[in-house]
Design a binder for this molecule. Structure first.
Ligand SMILES: Nc1nc2c(c(=O)[nH]1)N[C@H]1C(S)=C(S)[C@@H](COP(=O)(O)OP(=O)(O)OC[C@H]3O[C@@H](n4cnc5c(=O)[nH]c(N)nc54)[C@H](O)[C@@H]3O)O[C@H]1N2
Ligand SMILES: Nc1nc2c(c(=O)[nH]1)N[C@H]1C(S)=C(S)[C@@H](COP(=O)(O)OP(=O)(O)OC[C@H]3O[C@@H](n4cnc5c(=O)[nH]c(N)nc54)[C@H](O)[C@@H]3O)O[C@H]1N2
Ligand code: SF4
Ligand SMILES: [Mo]
Length: 750
């Protein structure tokens, strides 16, 4: 008997379409197939959203599919050694070992940790809530807290829901200020914008300006009109200075939003003491430049400021995230064409559900982490608290972990402590496609299907897209063996956690939960909706429901021309839903029904910034950097991306190198207190003096992994240098940027 639900086998077509799962740009790809094999990958010229764009990573889809190291069967660790196992055996092992942990320690004894690829896999994204409900644990962690929680919190406070992130309307924008982001390489984040290069070029061609503010003269700065260096971590002062100048020079124009905004006076009072002249030295940007930027933002009819990871992963991440949107409001560019606007996603968006224009808003701190007392934000605790929750004894200690597409041993600060802690667990399961730095600690690994074998819809990224659209990717290739969908693996674990056992009928369980969800959402209409969805199951059924009941949906017959999953399936290059339109006040979900320009918790946090302004900035600090042929920690095993020059180098300004005795190509030690790493130096005039840049996600030299290509050139782990206890106190997000370091030479130059 097999426990895994059989998966329909697709008949290979000559040409197939797939949304690229590797980054937030979500490009539509066209794949040539021959006998269940991909022979060529190109951008889908007809894709309604990405219009043929792709980057070199897309080709990696084929390498990923063919990678001999990619796991194709479950693994069970016995006597310290992983052995291939059947799916039945793997689930049986989970049933043997997980329930006793829950019985002994309660629901909170099991923790979950989610990684970045969850948001690129519909199956994981839609079914994790089911698993979470079955587990009932408060110990939920994710990569969000080494990433974007500050933005989620600031937009939650200002606009009322966690993912109501305004994004630049780049195709109609004439002045764009990019702060702490490098979309030329990252291809955009919390802003789904394929072909940033082409769009930036068009912006400049129509007479617009692109300005980049970053401690490195980045690839994005290279295609901009101007670049200004900024001291890492000083963004809060830069933004306060800009806001000050807007008030000071009488440039504040709320326009239409005046009626929909509260807190203007409080904001004005809060920024009063931060004249550009006062903060300039700390920012490394002169006051005249700051004032000019404020004027350009205010006086250009269609303009926006956008900030990303550099503004989030620092000690004032929430303040920065708030001030960016506040400046867009002050200059009259929020919710206006060519400014920063709210996408209207076809499905799953909190700001299209419920009563328009008002809501419960967001709350944080409904509970706190056991050891550090970090506040819950959006149902999660900071991932930097995971190790201490495992290695600190006492009631409520975490004794089991379910890791889902996550590699925190490399991606979070102080992975060495986490690695040690993971070995102390009573039980660990990884849903992962590799035996890597984190999954090597698991007792059972359940592999996910290759993206080419999986259906997909961008649950998350349609909510951040610069143009509204909907696309669905059917599986491109037939599956081998018994490989289930990842939602099925999670339902299986959910059934085990609920005491129903590994042999539970998960299809029936899925129906039951769907019925419950429908009853809650639709009341008496639920049975009719369930009937309308008949014949579907799993993630696709959930998607169909969300599309049909969404803002463009057919409303189950009420709008016969509206969206359904069947319609999407019939449009392999997607359905265009038009440019972003005005959504204030309808998109708001704050209790006041207004944009909250000056939430009290943020005003209170300014005291911390004020104190920091009085502290002298360190001489030498480190920041991160992303690279085109890489993606966080997990794409270093793909030959097509791994080739080329060694990339995990520390960029150092020549003047710093001279001062510190560092030579190009030579090895150096970087030290942060007790922690040290050895890096290869690369002299670079791109760097601001006093700032060193090193990419993250490297360090593939740990024992017990199976990523043979990555291990050949392991690189060094930036996060080994960072302190897991440094967090932005409001959001709990890790501080990854602007950390004071010392650096000294180890060997002579190459
Ligand atoms: N110093 C520093 N650290 C950082 C950052 C930084 O800028 N600087 N950036 C942070 C950011 S923004 C992020 S998002 C995090 C990322 O943090 P993580 O998500 O923890 O790290 P990833 O490297 O993305 O690892 C993803 C994992 O998912 C697995 N995986 C890939 N595809 C699938 C799949 O289809 N199914 C399953 N089940 N597993 C899959 C991979 O094998 C890998 O184990 O890193 C953060 N860490
Ligand atoms: N090729 C590639 N693409 C990716 C990824 C990848 O690893 N590789 N990761 C994906 C993920 S998970 C994410 S979250 C996105 C992130 O997308 P982005 O936010 O665009 O990421 P980065 O390229 O790291 O750009 C961050 C910039 O912030 C700068 N910076 C560092 N510290 C500071 C500071 O204190 N202030 C300011 N103003 N700037 C600072 C850095 O120099 C860098 O140029 O990228 C995604 N896309
Ligand atoms: S930009 Fe991102 S989504 Fe587009 S092809 Fe490259 S990795 Fe894939
Ligand atoms: Mo990220």
């Amino acid at each position: 008997m097999t426990l895994s639900t059989p998966v329909p086998t697709t008949v290979p077509a000559a040409v197939a379409h797939r949304i690229c799962p590797f980054c937030e740009a979500c490009c539509g790809l066209e794949l040539d197939l021959e006998e269940n094999k991909v022979v060529r990958i190109r951008g889908d010229a007809n894709d309604v959203f990405s219009r043929g764009f792709l980057c070199p990573k897309a080709i990696g889809l084929k390498d990923l599919h063919d990678d001999p190291d990619r796991l194709r069967t479950p693994l069970i660790k016995r006597n310290g050694v992983f052995e291939p196992a059947s799916w039945d055996e793997a689930y049986a092992e989970i049933e043997r070992r997980l329930p006793p942990v829950i019985a002994a320690g309660g629901a909170n004894a099991v923790a979950t940790v989610l990684g970045n690829p969850v948001s690129h896999k519909m199956s994981l994204m839609l079914y994790f809530p089911r698993l979470a409900r079955a587990l009932g644990t408060r110990n939920m962690f994710s990569a969000s807290s080494v990433d974007q929680v500050p933005k989620m919190l600031s937009v939650g406070l200002m606009f009322g829901s966690w993912l109501s992130v305004p994004v630049p309307d780049i195709e109609r924008c004439d002045f764009l200020l990019v702060l702490g982001a490098n979309p030329m390489v990252s291809n955009g984040s919390l802003w789904t914008v394929p072909d940033f290069r082409g769009k930036a070029k068009a912006l400049r061609a129509r007479g617009g300006q692109l300005v980049v503010v970053d401690p490195r003269r980045t690839e994005t700065a290279d295609v901009a009109d101007a670049h200004h260096f900024i001291r890492p971590g000083a963004d809060v002062f830069f933004l306060l200075g800009i806001a000050h100048a807007l008030f000071d020079e009488n440039l504040v124009r709320l326009g239409r939003l005046a009626d929909h905004t509260v807190g203007l006076e409080q904001l004005e009072a809060a920024v009063r003491e931060y004249a550009p002249e006062l903060v300039a030295a700390r920012c490394g940007i002169d006051a005249a430049t700051m004032r000019q930027l404020a004027r350009s933002l205010a006086n250009t009819p269609r303009a926006a400021i956008y900030g990303r990871i550099g503004t989030c992963t620092q000690q004032f991440g929430t303040l920065c995230s708030w001030l960016i949107d506040a400046i867009n409001v002050l200059t009259g560019h929020l919710d206006e064409e060519g400014g920063a606007m709210f996408p209207k996603a076809a499905a799953f968006s909190a700001n299209t559900r419920g009563a328009p224009g008002i809501g419960r808003g967001v709350t944080t701190g409904r509970y706190r982490s056991r050891v550090s007392g970090a506040a819950e934000v959006s149902g999660e605790l900071p991932v930097t608290c995971l190790a201490e929750e495992i290695d600190t004894p006492g009631p409520g200690q975490v004794r089991a972990l379910i890791a889902i597409a996550a590699n925190p041993v490399l991606s979070a600060p102080n992975g060495a402590r986490l690695a040690k802690a993971l070995d102390q667990l009573d039980f660990m399961v990884s849903l992962d496609i590799y035996l890597n730095e984190t999954s090597r600690h698991a007792d059972v690994i359940l592999p996910g299907a290759s993206p080419l074998e999986d259906a997909h819809y961008d649950v998350t990224f349609t909510q951040f897209s610069h143009r509204n659209h909907a696309r669905f990717s059917a599986p491109v290739l037939a599956r081998a063996g018994e490989q289930p969908d990842e939602w099925q693996s999670m339902m299986r674990i959910a059934a085990i956690a609920k005491g129903l056992g590994a042999r539970a009928d998960i299809a029936a369980l899925d129906d039951e939960q769907m019925q419950e969800d429908l009853a809650r959402a639709a009341g008496p209409a639920a049975p009719a909706l369930m009937a309308a969805l008949a014949g579907q199951s799993g993630a696709e059924r959930m998607l169909d429901l969300a599309l049909r009941s969404g803002p463009y949906g057919d409303q189950f017959g009420k709008h016969p021309d509206g969206l359904t999953l069947a319609r999407l399936k019939a449009a392999p290059s997607g359905i265009d839903l038009g440019p972003m339109g005005r959504r204030i006040p309808e998109a708001l979900r704050t209790p006041s029904g207004k944009i909250e320009l000056a939430p009290q918790v943020l005003l209170d946090d300014l005291a911390r910034a004020a104190a920091d302004l009085r502290t002298p900035a360190p001489d030498l600090v480190i920041v991160g950097r992303r690279q085109l042929r890489s993606n966080n920690s997990w794409m270093h095993n793909l030959p097509v991306l791994a080739k080329g020059a060694y990339r995990c180098t520390a960029l150092v300004h020549p003047a710093d190198a001279e001062r510190l005795g560092l030579l190009d190509g030579a090895m150096a030690q970087i030290r942060n207190g007790e922690r040290a790493i050895e890096v290869q130096v690369e002299l670079s005039a791109q760097m601001m003096q006093g700032v060193v840049s090193l990419p993250h996600g490297w360090g593939h030299n740990l024992e017990g992994t199976q990523m043979r290509v990555a291990a050949e050139r392991p690189g060094v782990n930036l996060n080994a240098l960072l302190d897991e206890n440094l967090r932005d106190p409001l959001s709990g997000n890790a501080v990854l940027s602007g950390i004071a370091i010392e650096m000294r030479p180890l060997t002579a130059g190459a």
